[in-house]
Design a binder for this molecule. Structure first.
Ligand code: GTP
Length: 348
């Protein structure tokens, strides 16, 4: 089993999220800058200054994302500057009291950035403060009662629809993540032992071989085959054979280091991939595994099953291909079988 198993789906999601925040910042920056220029033409200098300030803040949000790759900081800059700008527009009325029309941007952006629960909490706080701004005598502009009520009703409707959309988006994403994990599991893992299958092991080997070429590190493989496995099946049944494979997989997984991998190579054959390990050290490791298996009694339905394994060791080099290395390991395994089994070859 590859111990450092990671799914790429959540990484892709993170990249997508970062791109959307960058887009929010860019759109916010462009719109506030354009509205600021319009404000200058209309000689509404105070509004223009506020919009240019907001545009600079959005730029800072975008810049901090690109420079420091800190999505949380940029999200906070984008979101809280949006809230401040909205408070300002509702408080002052913007151009001829049209400022409040912009508050519909708040629900989708809040829900996207903070998710369903926190997004809704933020929006609730936002609407309470906006309500206070509009209904209390501190307001510097005047809106009719009908306008204020309809603004709040329509804002709540947009919030409800955005929350519904965000909820179904999150649910769909969870479902896709589950399916993607399931298919990854099916494509790369052996269903019986939960170890990497041959296909995944080959990918790992290719990646590790590329690394040894780059870093000039040692990399060894061990091909391990259960001795007289047919007897287990014949005498105790196929389920007993399966139980032996599962138990061995668990023993192997417990014995390897974090960076190692053990895969089910085929029927009763396992492949160990051992980065930063010379042939000599791989031999020592194989001997250790061999003894562990030999001393390990596998219990299956009141039967104690005694198992041994034979192993062939090979160190990979830049001048041999993966196929050649596996063929060589197979030859060594054959020697181990021929010399009576429960052996590791080649002897150092
Ligand atoms: N229970 C079970 N048996 C399997 C599985 N895959 C392969 N086998 C069996 O493994 C046995 C392998 O037998 P052989 O190739 O003759 O090897 P062996 O009996 O281990 O003998 P040596 O390898 O020469 O020591 C066959 O009986 C296969 O049916 C599996 O997933 N589950």
């Amino acid at each position: 089993m590859r111990k450092n198993l990671k799914t790429t789906t959540s990484n892709n999601r993170m990249i997508h999220h970062t791109n959307v925040i960058a887009l929010f910042a860019l759109v916010g920056m462009s719109i506030t800058a354009s509205m600021g220029i319009l404000g200058l033409f209309n000689e509404n200098y105070f509004l223009a200054a506020a919009l240019f300030l907001a545009s600079i803040i959005y730029f800072l949000g975008y810049f901090s994302l690109k420079k420091f790759n800190n999505t949380n900081l940029s999200s906070a800059i984008v979101l809280y500057s949006l809230y401040l700008l909205m408070f300002y527009l509702v408080f002052t009325g913007g151009v001829e009291n049209t400022g409040p029309l912009w508050i519909y941007i708040v629900p989708p952006v809040s829900l996207y950035i903070h998710g369903f629960k926190r997004g809704l909490t933020d929006i609730a706080l936002f609407i309470i403060i906006i309500g206070m701004f509009m209904f209390m005598p501190i307001n510097v502009t005047t809106y009719s009662i009908e306008f204020k009520l309809r603004l709040i009703y329509s804002f709540l409707t947009v919030t409800f629809l955005s929350a519904l959309y965000e909820y179904s988006r999150t649910q769909s994403f969870k479902r896709i993540l589950e399916l993607s994990n399931k298919y990854e599991q099916l494509a790369n893992y052996d269903p019986l032992t939960q170890l990497s299958n041959r296909r995944d092991a080959l990918h790992i080997l290719q990646r590790e071989q590329a690394r040894i070429l780059r870093n000039k590190e040692a990399l060894s493989i061990i091909l391990c085959d259960v001795d007289y496995f047919k007897k287990v099946n014949d005498q105790l049944g196929h389920n007993a054979g399966d139980a032996v494979l599962v138990e061995l997989a668990s023993l192997f997984t417990r014995s390897i280091r974090e960076q190692d991998c053990v895969a089910r190579w085929g029927g009763e054959e396992f492949l160990f991939i051992l980065p930063q390990t010379s042939a000599q050290n791989a031999f020592v490791f194989a001997e250790k595994i061999k003894k562990q298996v030999q001393n390990h009694l596998i219990r299956y339905e009141n039967n104690d099953i005694n198992i041994t394994v034979s192993m062939g060791v090979v160190q990979l080099h830049s001048d041999i291909s993966i196929d050649e290395a596996i063929n060589n390991a197979d030859k060594h395994l054959y020697q181990a079988k021929n010399s009576g089994r429960n052996e590791v070859y080649p002897k150092p």
